[in-house]
Design a protein around this ligand. Structure first.
Ligand code: ADP
Ligand code: MG
Ligand code: ZN
Length: 480
């Protein structure tokens, strides 16, 4: 059979570091990029005799993530020890959750080119991060324990993804949601978002799932795409040649552009999970859950729909404005008093974004113009006080000086010339100055009107309303 007769099936395990100021079980800071081993203490180093104290904020964040992904929240859950020995884990166990995850049975809606699709969320549980092994450019290995004990959530999806494209969309959707609700900064390049991808293949139409392989710790999505492509072909080739796919954990080797086996199921360790005896059960009462639900912002999907329906934006514009919550909040503040939200959208997307050099600037969205002031500028266009062209200049000045629109317009004399008397004076002046153009026009050369218009616009420094000028000009010419 041809490769196109097969389909991919994938399920993701996404790890996101929570944005708490301190670690999961101690008061150490969680700042990224600190000098190695400066954010550690006896608790997160797992020294004997220490006891963990659970960070309540981490639970709140995890519950928020669960609610944003439509999960049920367990009012009473617990933590479990996952035992394994590795140098990045000084306690030789990770505190995680085994059979009673905090959140379960959720849904994430994704928008695929074929329409909306539901991706099931099996569970979201909390756990602590491990330290980091450093071995690049040195002989031997060094260990940085700063990351050890940073709170994580693991979001496990159902095997509902059917293509690389869908997997990418799902991953991006989860990332946007987590950023929106402010529980994780989701920076793959800093390791605060990581992902294991489980991939299997089956003949299209086959109701049974194939045997999966788990691709470990993808740290960029470009890499993940290459890993999935390779893995899919590898599994199809195995099946086509009559062999079996073995369930195993594999890693992607970027230099070789291929995946390699790390361990098979038989070799996989038994973690000997057991309930963590040093921490009380996690209790999240119903009213607390409702309180967290009420603090959740409107999610990107709902915003997008509102922008398209109520503000008449295109899907493209709505996507750009809802990608980061700060942009969306700014936009919504700016349109409070305007009649044409589209004009505000254009200014953000074309004028603001073109001033940014990095994608991060969209996320932080530090702009020198207050949202209300941008709104005022647009209201001035709508009221015919300034033309769209002039508005561009005003916007630049506002950006550079931090002044408000009205101040810039007054200072620069940019107010649109709108009164008939004033405009007529200019029209008369230009007609007097350009008798040849008048004569040409009278002789039937209509193009001459362009030269006259040009003269008037120049004289008014572009502040005249072109439609009005055109009308007055034709009027004046008919009387000559
Ligand atoms: P493990 O502990 O082995 O990693 P988990 O239950 O934590 O198991 O995660 C299993 C992941 O694999 C889930 O995301 C699930 O959707 C996915 N998965 C399960 N079966 C398949 C399959 N046949 N093909 C692809 N993905 C699968
Ligand atoms: Mg796994
Ligand atoms: Zn500590």
């Amino acid at each position: 059979m041809a490769r196109s007769d097969y389909e991919m099936v994938a399920g993701l395990e996404i790890h996101a570091e929570l944005k708490t100021k301190t670690k999961m079980y101690c008061a150490c800071k969680t700042d990224f990029g600190a000098e190695p081993n400066t954010q550690i203490c006896p608790v997160c180093l797992g020294l004997p005799g220490t006891l963990p104290v659970l960070n309540e904020k981490a639970i709140d964040f995890a519950v928020a993530a669960g609610l944003a992904m439509d999960c049920s929240i367990r009012e009473i859950s617990k933590q479990d020890r996952k035992n394994y020995y590795y140098p990045d884990l000084p306690k030789a166990y990770q505190i995680s959750q085994y059979d009673l995850p905090l959140c379960y049975d959720g849904v994430v809606l994704i928008e695929t080119p074929e329409g909306e699709k539901k991706i099931g969320i099996t569970r979201i549980h909390i756990e602590e991060d491990a330290g980091k092994l450093l071995n690049e450019g040195i002989t031997g290995t060094l260990i940085d324990y700063n990351r050890g004990g940073v709170p994580l959530i693991e979001i496990v999806s159902e095997p509902d993804l059917r293509s690389i494209e869908e997997t990418k969309i799902y991953f991006e959707t989860v990332k946007t949601i987590l950023r929106y609700i402010g529980v994780s900064d989701c920076k793959m390049e800093e390791g605060s978002l990581r992902c294991d991808i489980n991939v299997s293949v089956r003949r299209k139409g086959d109701p049974k799932l194939g045997t999966r392989c788990e691709l470990k710790n993808m740290n960029s999505f470009t890499q993940a795409v290459r890993a999935m492509e390779y893995e899919m072909n590898r599994q199809i080739d195995l099946i086509e040649s009559g062999e079996k796919v073995i369930q195993e954990t594999r890693r992607f080797i970027p230099e070789k552009n291929r995946t390699e086996s790390m361990r098979t199921k038989e070799e996989s360790q038994d973690y000997r999970y057991f309930p963590e005896p040093d921490i009380m059960p996690i209790v999240v009462p119903r009213d607390k859950i409702e309180k967290i639900r009420n603090t959740l912002p409107e999610l990107p999907k709902a915003k997008k729909e509102k922008y398209i329906k109520e503000y008449q934006l295109t899907e493209y514009d709505a996507n750009l404005l809802t990608e980061y919550i700060k942009v969306a909040t700014y936009f919504e503040r700016a349109i409070q008093k305007v009649k044409t939200p589209k004009t505000v959208a254009n200014m953000i997307i074309s004028d603001f974004y073109s001033r940014f050099t990095k994608e991060e600037e969209k996320e932080t969205f530090c702009v020198p113009i207050e949202a209300e002031d941008l709104g005022e500028l647009v209201s001035l266009i709508e009221a015919g006080e300034i033309s769209k062209n002039i508005a561009k200049n005003v916007l630049t000045k506002m950006w550079d000086t931090g002044k408000k629109a009205k101040e810039v317009i007054a200072n620069e004399g940019l107010k649109s010339m709108d009164s008939d008397d004033e405009l007529m004076q200019v029209v008369t002046k230009i007609l007097d100055e350009q008798p040849q153009s008048v004569a040409d026009y009278k002789a039937g050369r209509e193009r001459a009107i362009k030269a006259l218009m040009g003269g008037i616009m120049k004289e008014t420094r572009g502040s005249a309303n072109p439609e009005k000028v055109n009308k007055l000009l034709l009027d004046a010419l008919s009387k000559r």
